[in-house]
Design a protein around this ligand. Structure first.
Ligand code: TRP
Length: 445
């Protein structure tokens, strides 16, 4: 894909191409790394229910809204909002683009962990039964400034190379095989995880809602995670939607993307949380949860070594397709708005992301004492982007599509069988989205 916004804009070969690309962006570390540990911190089943509720209502409505903006203009978010709504709206685009950049900066830290765990899977050193040891190894690695910055640099470098070479399309085609492969492998690991002694306690915890423990903060995290796992609120879907062919059925695509993304989250939850209980790891152990439980499961599986390699390879691939989708809109912004050369833009985004991401990486070690609002640098970046900026971006787009451009926006659903959805969509955009977002913010702050 070439998202540089040139006059002759390519389109996806088919609707499947778009769905795969958007799902490739959506399915990544958010599902496998973030979802299990956030569920772990926020009490299991009830969180799952709220998360699913957010995805099915706001999530689908906003996916469709972002696709519409892209499809109506064929432009990336800042340019698109200016074309449709004038100069003031372009600010929403700029903020969304900044948000993509900020998310990328901490995403690459975790991407780096994946690179390191893949190397350890190759050498076999990752396989261990002893979760104490796994916790210690994870902490030692993330606290080591050289190791964590180097692995972050490798992951970011790979992402930049893919964007510079303009081979995203090839990557997305490969996703046609690799995403199902990741899902199948997760099923296999789930089978093992569920048969570990004590695993059922984890399943029950994950699937039985206990609404008494829900706080404002839990609602906010569930909302943020819904945005994060669908890649919403940062202009990404606008960019991908701008390549949609005229006759694509948008509503169906939105539902597909949401389904694949939530499926990935649920599979990851079923893979990690039962094992967490079986191995006696505290569910609220934080961002390392996936990386300390997976190796212990592999150690208990036949062919565990090979499975570990395959798993971390597929996870790295999924993480790269997501990182590319965060990198590309930032580069496309510099190219579209300031006419930078593609190579210059990629280099600039690479350097800026490394500099902005480095403090996040170091906050697991030498800078772990630097705290603002009682959070480490990494946690703060995660919190502000995911729970504040993404919902804010989504809210602006919802209002924009539901009011300013509604007469045009509704035409994208013309000819679709889902006519009943047109009014529902508007209610979701103009009533439910603002109420949910403001309500949750009000509860929390
Ligand atoms: N959804 C991705 C994940 O779950 C992360 C991601 C990719 C993203 N592109 C995005 C999040 C754009 C927000 C906006 O791993």
């Amino acid at each position: 894909m070439d998202a540089s916004g040139e006059a002759c804009r390519a389109t996806w070969g088919s609707r499947l191409g778009f769905v795969l690309a958007a799902a490739g962006s959506a399915v990544g570390l958010g599902a496998v790394w973030k979802f299990p540990y956030v569920v772990g911190q926020h009490g299991g089943g009830a969180f799952l229910v709220i998360y699913l509720g957010c995805v099915l209502t706001l999530g689908v409505a906003l996916l469709l809204a972002e696709m519409t903006v892209g499809r109506l203009t064929g432009q990336s978010i800042t340019t698109a909002l200016r074309t449709l709504g004038g100069r003031a709206w372009a600010w929403v685009g700029r903020i969304a683009t900044f948000n993509a950049f900020a998310i990328l900066s901490f995403y690459v830290v975790v991407g780096g962990w994946t690179v390191t765990y893949l190397m350890r899977a190759f050498t076999g050193s990752v396989l261990a039964n002893d979760t104490q040891r796994l916790v210690a190894e994870f902490s030692a690695f993330t606290a080591n400034p050289v190791a964590s910055l180097a692995s972050m640099g490798v992951f970011l470098g790979l992402t930049a190379l893919i964007v510079a070479a303009g081979v995203q399309k090839g990557i997305e085609r490969a996703g046609k095989w690799l995403m199902p492969a990741l899902f199948l492998l997760m099923l296999l690991v789930i089978a093992r995880a569920l048969t570990l002694p004590g695993a059922m306690a984890g399943v029950a915890w994950f699937l039985t809602p206990d609404f008494s423990i829900i706080s404002g903060d839990t609602l906010l995290e569930a909302l943020g995670l819904a945005f994060f796992s669908l890649s919403l609120g940062a202009g990404m879907i606008v960019v991908y939607g701008s390549y949609l062919p005229r006759d694509a059925r948008l509503a169906g695509s939105a539902v597909w993307v949401a389904t694949l993304a939530t499926l990935a989250c649920c599979l990851a939850g079923l893979m990690i949380l039962p094992a967490v209980f079986a191995f006696g790891v505290p569910p609220d152990a934080g961002p390392g949860l996936t990386f300390i439980t997976m190796p212990a499961i592999f150690a208990q599986m036949p062919f565990g070594h090979a499975i570990a390699i395959a798993f971390f390879l597929l996870l790295l691939f999924a993480a790269l397709t997501s990182a590319v989708s965060l990198f590309e809109p930032v580069a496309a912004f510099l190219i579209d708005e300031y006419q930078w050369r593609r190579s210059t833009a990629v280099l600039a985004v690479f350097v800026a992301t490394f500099l902005f991401g480095a403090p996040a990486a170091l906050s697991f070690g030498i800078w772990s004492d630097v705290r603002l609002f009682d959070r480490t640098i990494f946690d703060l970046m995660d919190y502000v982007t995911v729970n504040l900026l993404m919902p804010a971006g989504g809210l602006c787009i919802a209002i924009f599509v539901g009011t300013s451009i509604w007469p045009k926006a509704r035409t994208v659903l013309e000819g679709s069988r889902a006519q009943w959805f047109v009014p529902v969509w508007r209610v979701l955009l103009l009533v439910l989205t603002p109420i949910a977002i403001f309500g949750v913010w009000y509860q929390t702050f």
